[in-house]
Write a protein that binds this ligand. Sequence first.
Ligand code: PXP
Length: 248
Amino acid sequence: MAAKPDRLRLGVNIDHVATIRNARGGSHPDPVRAARVALAAGADVITAHLREDRRHIADRDLDALIQADIPLNLEMAATDEMLRIALAARPSSCCIVPERREERTTEGGLDVAENAKRLQTAVSSLKQAKISVSLFVEPDPRQIEAAHALRVEAVELHSGAYANAAEAGNPDDSNRLLAALRNAAGDAWRAGIEVHAGHGLSFDNVADVAAIPEVVELQIGHFLIGEALFDGLENVIRRMRKLMDAAR
Ligand code: PXP
């Protein structure tokens, strides 16, 4: 079993840079520029979610990020279309998420056992193309077991429920949900699966998740892009990095 890592990686999701750009059309603000600023400020990887309805990141963004040699984690649903695009683009990693057209953001984790056949096809083709794969799952032992059966490199634990409970100031719920994240991280690590976590993380709640020793990578988007309006993207990422590092 690999040693537990000291340094946490930070993945910065730039979808909402494209959301702002799309509000007017045109090319400003440019997601590639945001990616470069994020990397210079301490991000390790850039995440972009190409959704079926292309509501934020567009195909041309994906091409531009790849052309610019950005270390890219492509979030995608396990559909034939996305698989074709990922195999052509060859990002460094793909995070497979469930996707419903009407949702505002990715609302829940994958039901890995229920969708094992479709996921297996996606995981195998991506792995064959040397693209590392993670599955976005709820911190639930059944999902970790099912992910293990698919032999994925990583799982990304959905931290959204914990983040919501922490924001609501509900200690019983937030402690229970944090314990679920800790347990799932331990289960995944013991099964030899790399552990990532993300959704809903902010300056206020990142420390508890960053302190889970098995977690190697945090994925953060909405808060960083929103807070960048007030303090600039570079400052905000530097501060998030500091909080993450201080929690280890
Ligand atoms: N991880 C996954 C799989 C996501 O879908 C998202 C949202 O795009 C994030 C992490 C980042 O969540 P947030 O935008 O709430 O930081």
